[in-house]
Ligand binder design. Structure first.
Ligand code: KIV
Length: 306
C-alpha cells in the first residue's frame, strides 16, 4: 500500500491480492487524523452520523449541509485514507440530476474521494449517471437502514435462498453500473462470502462475516461510546464511554473542590506589575460585586508555558 493517498485502484488491487481492507466511520477532524495514522484504508462519513453524533433517532433526518460539514472535517484529517461521503436519505432518490448535484457537493465541498448510496437495482441507473459524471460510487446492500421500513426493519437480510439471490443480483447490477465497491450489511456469513466471490469489486462487510474483502464498523460502536448500543456484529475495542464519564466526573469534582486548575495550569504575573495594577485599581472588589461576569472572546492560547 502506498504511503501517499490511497486511490481506487489500490483498493481493487487489495481485493485481487486477497488483502483485507479496513474501513471505519469518522465524522470529525481528530478522529480522522487518528484513524488515518492507524493505517485504516477507508474512512466512511456515514449517515450513521445522524444517530451517533447528531442525536437523531434514526438516519433519515440528517441533511446534505450537515453531511458536508462532517465530510469536510474528515477530509482535512485524512492525509492517506480514502474518504467516502454517505448520501443522506432523499438526496439521490428524487431525480438523477439531484443525485449528481448532491454527490458533486460531497466531492467539491466535502473533498470526499467517493460517495456511497443505498439500494440495488432501483438505484443502478443513478449509479451509472454518477459514474458518467466522474463521481466514484460505493453501493450498499443487505440491511439498508434508510429503507428499513420497507425491508422488515433493522434485520438480517438474505436468509432465504430467494433473498440471497436477489442481493447477489443487485450486487452484479451495481458492479455493472460502475460502482467500484460495495458495503454489505447484516447478511449471513456464507451468503456474503459467495457474493464477495461473484463480483470483482471489493465487498466490505458489516455483520457479514470474515470472508468479505474488508470490514467496516461504526467508530462509536467499536470504541464503546454509543450509549450501550451493541448489536451482535459489533466488537468493542475500547470502552471510552466509561473513560469519558470518569474523566468528566473527576473534572467536575476538582472544579468544585478548587483543586483544578492548580498552579501548573495557571499563568503568573510579575509582582511589580501586579502591585501597579492593584495601586491603579485600588482595593480588589470582592467576588460578589465584581463586573458582569463576562469577558471578551479571545483567541485560544495554544503554547503558553508560563
Ligand atoms: O452510515 C453508516 O455508518 C454506514 C455503515 C454502517 C456501513 O452505512
Amino acid at each position: 500500500m502506498p504511503s501517499s493517498k490511497i486511490e481506487i485502484h489500490h483498493l481493487i488491487d487489495m481485493k485481487r491480492r486477497g488483502e483485507k481492507i479496513s474501513m471505519l466511520t469518522a465524522y470529525d477532524y481528530p478522529s480522522a487524523r487518528i484513524l488515518d495514522e492507524a493505517g485504516i484504508e477507508c474512512l466512511l462519513v456515514g449517515d450513521s452520523a445522524a444517530n451517533v453524533v447528531l442525536g437523531y433517532p434514526d438516519t433519515l433526518p440528517v441533511d446534505m449541509d450537515e453531511m458536508i460539514m462532517l465530510t469536510r472535517a474528515v477530509s482535512r484529517g485524512a492525509k492517506r485514507a480514502f474518504v467516502i461521503g454517505d448520501m443522506p436519505f432523499m438526496s439521490y432518490n428524487i431525480s438523477v440530476s439531484d443525485a449528481i448535484r448532491n454527490a458533486g457537493r460531497f466531492m467539491k465541498e466535502g473533498r470526499a474521494n467517493a460517495i456511497k448510496l443505498e439500494g440495488g437495482g432501483a438505484v443502478a441507473d443513478t449509479v451509472r449517471f454518477l459514474v458518467k459524471a466522474g463521481i466514484p460510487v460505493v453501493g450498499h446492500l443487505g440491511l439498508t437502514p434508510q429503507t428499513a421500513g420497507m425491508i422488515g426493519g433493522l434485520k438480517v437480510q438474505g436468509r432465504t435462498a430467494e433473498q440471497a439471490a436477489l442481493i447477489l443480483e443487485d450486487a452484479k447490477r451495481l458492479e455493472d453500473a460502475g460502482a467500484f465497491m460495495l458495503v454489505l450489511e447484516a447478511v449471513p456469513k456464507r451468503v456474503a462470502a459467495l457474493i464477495s466471490k461473484r463480483v470483482s469489486i471489493p465487498v466490505i462487510g458489516i455483520g457479514a462475516g470474515c470472508d468479505c474483502d474488508g470490514q467496516v464498523l461504526v467508530l462509536h460502536d467499536m470504541l464503546g461510546i454509543s450509549a450501550g448500543f451493541k448489536p451482535k456484529f459489533v466488537k468493542r475495542y475500547a470502552e471510552l464511554e466509561q473513560q469519558m464519564l470518569d474523566a468528566a466526573r473527576r473534572y467536575h469534582e476538582e472544579v468544585q473542590a478548587r483543586t483544578f486548575p492548580a498552579e501548573e495550569h495557571s499563568f503568573a504575573i510579575d509582582d511589580k506589575q501586579y502591585s501597579q495594577i492593584e495601586a491603579a485599581l485600588g482595593k480588589t472588589p470582592s467576588k460578589s460585586n465584581g463586573g458582569n461576569g463576562r469577558s471578551k472572546p479571545r483567541a485560544r492560547v495554544s503554547v503558553a508555558t508560563n
